[in-house]
Design a binder for this molecule. Sequence first.
Ligand SMILES: O=C(O)c1ccccc1N[C@@H]1O[C@H](COP(=O)(O)O)[C@@H](O)[C@H]1O
Length: 227
Amino acid sequence: MTSQVSSKSLLIKVCGMRESANIAAVADLEPDFLGFIFYPPSSRYAGATLRPELLRALPASVRTIGVFVDEPIGRVLATLASFGLDGAQLHGQETPAQCAQLRAAGYLVIKSFSVGKVLELESLRPYEGSCDYFLFDTHGPARGGNGLTFDWELLRNYTLTTPYLLAGGLGPEHAVELTELHLPGLVGVDLNSRFETAPGLKDPQRLRTALARLRQGRSGRNSRQAV
Ligand SMILES: O=C(O)c1ccccc1N[C@@H]1O[C@H](COP(=O)(O)O)[C@@H](O)[C@H]1O
């Protein structure tokens, strides 16, 4: 399948699949990242169902990311190696040194930060240089996957150098708005619970439509046409 990706396209991460057939269907859409939750309390926990051979058969352009919450770094490294994952998304209180340790081991590192009514960007400065991307997710009752958006304008004055993905309750209705959202540092989006028919089960058709809109929107900047 050929995607309409341009250098201006937002990177797209689809997160939280568990079942092989569903993973294959989402991978066919060629997102930039596929995320798998390795946090046992999550209803999207993939540790028991994910087959490493399926991940190894994916195109190299689709990078696979394990999502962890305050997991000891030794266990993160062991999981990344045993599933053949390309990187880790860290959703807890992981330190800059822990991020740097994963990066030094050759893994892509996405550090997630929980955003409430305010965002103290200066507190993230110690993470600069130890992560490939930051990810901004909405603060909520669960550690991730709350399906809630935050006020994206809190990122209007972003001055850090680490590029970031926007997350938190992004749904099909946001696709056009996201293509027109030109925030400093924004390079991608993370799609999760708003694209599900059940926890951990993504709707490939809803994703196909949204990915086409996201990709088309940025390559043809003013295009609002439906796909
Ligand atoms: O999805 C989960 O269950 C989850 C659990 C623990 C940590 C992260 C999790 N998901 C991440 O949450 C954000 C936002 O998801 P949503 O769009 O609000 O449903 C996303 O980055 C997921 O990777």
